[in-house]
Design a binder for this molecule. Sequence first.
Ligand code: 13P
Ligand code: SF4
Length: 347
Amino acid sequence: MIATDDAIELEAERLLKALLHVDCDPRHRTWNLDTCRSIAPLTLEINRLKREKDAVILAHSYVEPEIIYGVADFRGDSYFLSMKAKEARAKVIVFAGVVFMAETAKILSPDATVLVPDRGSGCSLADSLTGAQLRQLKALYPDAAVVCYINSTADVKAESDVCVTSGNVYHIVEHLPQRRILFVPDRLMGQNLRDELKRRGVDKEIITSDGTCMVHDQFGPADIAAARAQFPGLKVVSHPECTPEVAAVSDFVGSTGAMMKFVRATAAPYYLMLTECGLVGRLQVEDPEKNFIGGCRLCPYMKLNSLEKIRDALRAPTPEQIVTLDEDIRRRAARCIERMFQLAPTD
Ligand code: 13P
Ligand code: SF4
C-alpha cells in the first residue's frame, strides 16, 4: 500500500517533533522537515507491518534515532529490553540492537519469531568467548560461581550460573554466597567490579576472561582531564565497560539507563558521556536544554541497524534474520537469565 502525500506529511511532522534536537547524528544529518519526509514512507510502512504481523520492535538506545523514535515500541538498556522481551506476547519480536540481544529475546520468548535486522551485528565482548572456552576455564576453577555479563552468546549463558547486566552486576555479585567468582567476558568490567566490591568492603576473588568492548575501551583519563580543563563544572558520566582509570575519575558510572537517569537528576553546565553516541542522541531528544560536549564513540555493530533492514525483515525475513537456538542451550541459558531476574535489585 502506497502512503498518501497527506499521510507522509503528517508522519514527517510527527518525526520532526521527536528528532528536532538530535545534533549527535551518526550520519551527520540535519533533522528538518525534508529529512523527515524522506524517511516517513518507511516508518509508515514499518508501523503498518507491525500491526499486520503482530510484531513489536525493541530498540537499544545506541541504534539510530529514527529507529528509536520512529518505529520502536520499547527503547532502553539491556536489562529493560530483556524484561520487555520476556513479557512480550507478540508473534514477532524485532530486536534493533545486536545479535546477543536478539538471542536473549529468543531465550526468554521461545514461541515468538525473533528477528535481527543484520546478522553481522556482533559485539566485541560477546565474540570474545565461546561456550567451549568457558568450559575450559570452569575446569580450572571448579569452586567458582560462574557469572556472565549479558553481552555474551547463548552458549556462554548456558554454561553460567547467573547472568548480569551493567545495571545490576555489583549488587548481584556482592550477594552471591561464593567467594570466588569467574566473571566473563569483560575484563574491564571485572576490574571495575573488583574495585567496587573493595570499596563496599566485600571480600571476593574475581577471575576474568580477556574480552573488552571496542567502543568503551578507547576512552582514557587524559580525555577527561582535557575536557575538565576546558569546561568548568563538567560532569563526566561513564559506562562500567570503560577502563578502571576512567571509572576512577568519572562523576558517575552506570548502565546506559542509569546514565540517563543521572543526567536528568543532576544539574550541570556540561556533560561528557563516555559511551556510544546513540545515548547522547537520546538525551538530546529527551533533555534538550542540557549541553553535551563531544567525546562519545560509534559502535559499528549497532549502526548496522537501519529502517530498510527492519522493513525487509518484517516483510519477508531471510533465514539469517531469524534467530534460532538449540533447545537444550536455550533452556540452560534461560535458567541463568531467570536467576538474574530473581537476584536483581527491584528499583
Ligand atoms: P547497557 O545494558 O548499559 O545498555 O549496555 C549495553 C552495551 O552493549 C553497552 O555497550
Ligand atoms: Fe558490544 Fe561495545 Fe557495541 Fe556494546 S558498544 S554492543 S559492548 S561492541
